[in-house]
Design a binder for this molecule. Structure first.
Ligand code: SF4
Ligand code: SF4
Length: 441
């Protein structure tokens, strides 16, 4: 069976920099900065204050509504509760902890036996996942307990996204090679919550070792490992669903609209850790890679470690042109490298000046390459034109909100038109207009 989707591109994968590097524990830094907003939804309110003593894994922030708690990734003393830079370019409230290097574990963290886990109800499992602060770790950062509980009785298919189609990033590849049982176990827990006997793991054919490890771990579980041809953006939710099920998520719709739930591979491990180890999400694998990185690495990193420290541990051969949180296609450029790693930061990509494709006043050539590349079947050239109207209705009319910001159009554009950058700001204009209209009602 051929798995694929419309459009897409084949950028240089550049996985070779880090794919053979085993996951290494990054030494816990002297200070961690834990942002209160690491997920989609309401930011957490700090539960600690300056000079409080905290333990590793202790809940230090929470809120009501669409929210998951955050936890201390080290034990030590709270140095400050204050606004700090965030990878999204803003500043957000954060708890700054001075590490005492004692690794004193929070007494609430208690592992469970298989028998204890088997006795848990779906509601109890959802509650454990929430309390552990689990979110979508592929970049979306949507609270996982909400995704799963909202799909109970509606979803008939659960898919683990192990696609990792962005160039340079190898964090999930290494995770699936080195900890396939945890990934499979997390998926089994999701299947139990959803009442499903069958689950899928989607992975690209450029990760044969990880695919083999997952297949081995999945024997006898009812889990199918779907090996898909490598094509960007195979790891995008809608493209993955189409490739595996041939179901098309409608415009503006969520995967649940076609009976699907998609969970990232790292999220599966976090679910496993929460349920079996009682461990909240306080560390994750981060790939530090790029064309000027001296020693690319996959680092198991405490949440709250600064980009600066991780970059220093890997070294660069020249002053970076660009440092991205994430990969080169969808990542966000960082201007303040004191920003901390967070739950959904899977990579720090450091690029040299050879990657500078900036063009002063680029002119569209009307070549149509962007249309062929768009996996959402959009017309980027028209969307770009709509931006100049500054009219949110015009932008909506060309389906700008359906843009998944994959960057395929900008990658193929021979005129270097900054398409994605424009679409991000266009979407912001649409959202702001919608919020203003709602406030008037
Ligand atoms: S960034 Fe948006 S418009 Fe461009 S190819 Fe991706 S989905 Fe299409
Ligand atoms: S690829 Fe670039 S130059 Fe070609 S039509 Fe699209 S925006 Fe214009």
């Amino acid at each position: 069976m051929a798995f694929s989707f419309f459009g897409g591109i084949h950028p240089k994968e550049n996985k070779h920099y880090a794919e053979e590097r085993s996951v290494q524990a990054f030494p816990a830094p002297d200070v961690v900065v834990i942002p209160m907003s690491q997920h989609i939804g309401a930011p957490c309110k700090p539960l600690v204050k300056k000079n409080d003593i905290v333990t590793k894994g202790q809940k230090i922030g929470d809120n009501q509504g669409l929210c998951v708690p955050v936890h201390a990734s080290v034990s030590g003393k709270v140095k400050a509760v204050e606004a700090r830079p965030h990878t999204n370019g803003s500043t957000v409230m954060a708890v700054v902890i001075e590490n005492d290097h004692q690794d004193t574990l929070c007494p609430d963290i208690q592992p469970r036996t298989k028998e204890q886990v088997d006795a848990l109800t779906a509601e109890e499992l959802v509650s454990i996942i929430r309390e552990a602060g689990v979110v979508g770790m592929g970049g979306a950062a949507f609270p996982t307990h909400v995704k799963l509980s909202g799909a109970i009785g509606k979803a008939d298919t659960v898919i683990v996204n192990a696609g990792e189609c962005e160039p340079y990033i190898t964090a999930d590849d290494r995770l699936c090679q080195e900890m396939p049982e945890e990934v499979v176990s997390g998926l089994q827990i999701a299947m139990r919550i959803l009442g499903l006997k069958e689950g899928h793991i989607g992975i690209e054919d450029n990760k044969p070792k990880a695919a083999a490890a997952l297949k081995n771990a999945a024997i006898g579980t009812g889990i199918i490992v779907d090996v898909l041809p490598a094509k960007y953006p195979q790891g995008a939710e809608k493209q993955l669903i189409y490739a595996i099920t041939k179901r098309q998520v409608p415009s503006g719709g969520l995967p649940a609209a076609v009976g699907c739930v998609v969970i990232n591979a790292a999220t599966c491990k976090a679910i496993h850790d929460a349920v079996y180890k009682g461990m909240p999400l306080i560390e994750r694998i981060v790939t530090v890679s790029g064309d000027i990185v001296m020693e690319p690495k996959n680092l198991m990193t405490p949440i709250g470690t600064s980009f600066n420290e991780m970059m220093e541990a890997c070294g660069t051969s020249e002053n970076p042109y660009k440092v991205l949180s994430g990969g080169p296609m969808m990542g966000a450029a960082q201007f303040d490298l004191s920003v901390p790693t967070m739950k959904a930061v899977n990579a720090i990509t450091i690029l040299g000046h050879a990657n500078n494709f900036y063009v002063e006043e680029p002119q569209c050539l009307r070549c149509g390459k962007c249309i062929e590349a768009c996996p959402m079947k959009l017309v980027p050239v028209l969307m770009y034109k709509a931006l100049f109207t500054n009219d949110p209705e015009e932008m909506k009319a060309v389906h700008m909100m359906d843009c998944i910001e994959c960057g395929c159009c900008a990658y193929t554009c021979p005129a270097c038109v900054p398409l994605v950058l424009g679409f991000r700001s266009g979407k912001h204009i649409i959202r702001t207009a919608a919020a203003a209209a709602a406030a008037k009602k």
